[in-house]
Design a protein around this ligand. Sequence first.
Ligand SMILES: NC(=O)c1ccc[n+]([C@@H]2O[C@H](COP(=O)([O-])OP(=O)(O)OC[C@H]3O[C@@H](n4cnc5c(N)ncnc54)[C@H](OP(=O)(O)O)[C@@H]3O)[C@@H](O)[C@H]2O)c1
Length: 429
Amino acid sequence: MTDRMLKVGLLGCGNVGAAVVRLLHDHRDDIARRAGCRLEVAKVAVRDPARPRDVPLDPSAFTADAMEVVEDPDIDIVCELIGGCEPAGSLILAAFDRDKPVVTANKELLATRGRELLDASDAKGLDLYFEAAVGGGIPLIRPLKESLTGERLTRVLGIVNGTTNYILTRMSDEGMRFADALAEAQRLGYAEADPTADVDGHDAAAKCAILASIAFNARVVGGDVYREGISGVTTEDVEFARRLGYVVKLLAIAELHDQRIAARVHPAMIPAEHPLAAVRDAFNAVFVEGPNVGELMFYGRGAGGEPTATAVVGDVVTVARNLLAGARGVGCTCFHERTIRPMAEMDGQYYILLRVEDRPGVLAEIAGVFGRNQVSIKSVWQEGTGADAQLVFITHRAREGAFQQAVSELRAVKAVEEVRSILRVEAEE
Ligand SMILES: NC(=O)c1ccc[n+]([C@@H]2O[C@H](COP(=O)([O-])OP(=O)(O)OC[C@H]3O[C@@H](n4cnc5c(N)ncnc54)[C@H](OP(=O)(O)O)[C@@H]3O)[C@@H](O)[C@H]2O)c1
């Protein structure tokens, strides 16, 4: 057993940070064999150092001054687990300034300032590892960035937010309304008190940007990702989807089209037999496609302190090995400049639910609007009669811009009383 020692400085000791401390302690002998040195958590920055925490650390290890951790000359590796853009971003840059490699789980920061941080790590020849930033405990970044170097990926498609997947699962299984399923998710700890980042798709968009950047070797930021959340999904949509043989999921999709990147997050109907339809509750799954590997699927717990901490510890051990070897892992892989393909140019299928006047000729009028906009209808049926008359359409593949134009024209048709819902349909035609 080695008697060499590297010291880890933690920024944050919440859900993930505390689990990292416990794993590094509980598996210390095995970790030492793998890393080639012992790894000791020497200093931890938190907001409130006086708060009791369930971690095997002396209270003197805690400080409220995060810079104290970064500046401590004894700290070899900085592990940022605070979250958010600031002070996390400045602390990581300060760590590089002091020649310390960094491990982080911070998707929000990477999706907004990834270029700045990776440029700083490249400039210093230091590691910046972030396996836990996407998919929690599911190994995704390393497989995409390293194991699949020999592939030219064409598509990444996944369920990357456990909170929204839990809510949609409850809506499908129990016929719950969105607000009730959200309240249950909050009660069970799957959703934050302020659920906006999850429910509105910001969290999934940040992860989509990171996955797209790595899969297609070009920088994609959160703002490049088209985003719709799930708060508009109704029990009616979920029920229509079920009757048609679909399941509603919040999907993150990144594709390479003619060297341009299309990246989007939105709820979509997927066929009930698609493997992603079986991803339930708070689980995550990501499909990756390329001409040589075909389809790969990564599945597991996409969040939670313990699963996420395994990814962080894996990174810390790799960074420690690199430090001892005087080496560095793979740095930034955004070698290309690629433009973003606008959403209006996307081709897709759509589900649209309209409340309509119940009289002869209405269907023909609506079909005329779709036809004039080059949107061809795959199936249509009527629900209810009189004041409750509704028409449900599924289209063939159409240009997003053309479909949206058709929808805006439909809103002006007198016989269309309300456009109640629109969902994309992700299926092979
Ligand atoms: N939780 C998950 O399932 C999960 C999954 C994947 C990735 N992540 C990412 O992992 C990171 C950490 O998430 P988490 O769930 O562990 O968060 P958390 O439970 O809220 O913990 C945050 C920690 O940061 C400390 N902190 C906050 N502001 C600070 C400051 N200015 N200086 C020093 N310490 C500060 C807090 O101190 P106090 O304890 O004193 O409040 C707390 O210990 C985030 O980037 C998150 O996106 C989390």
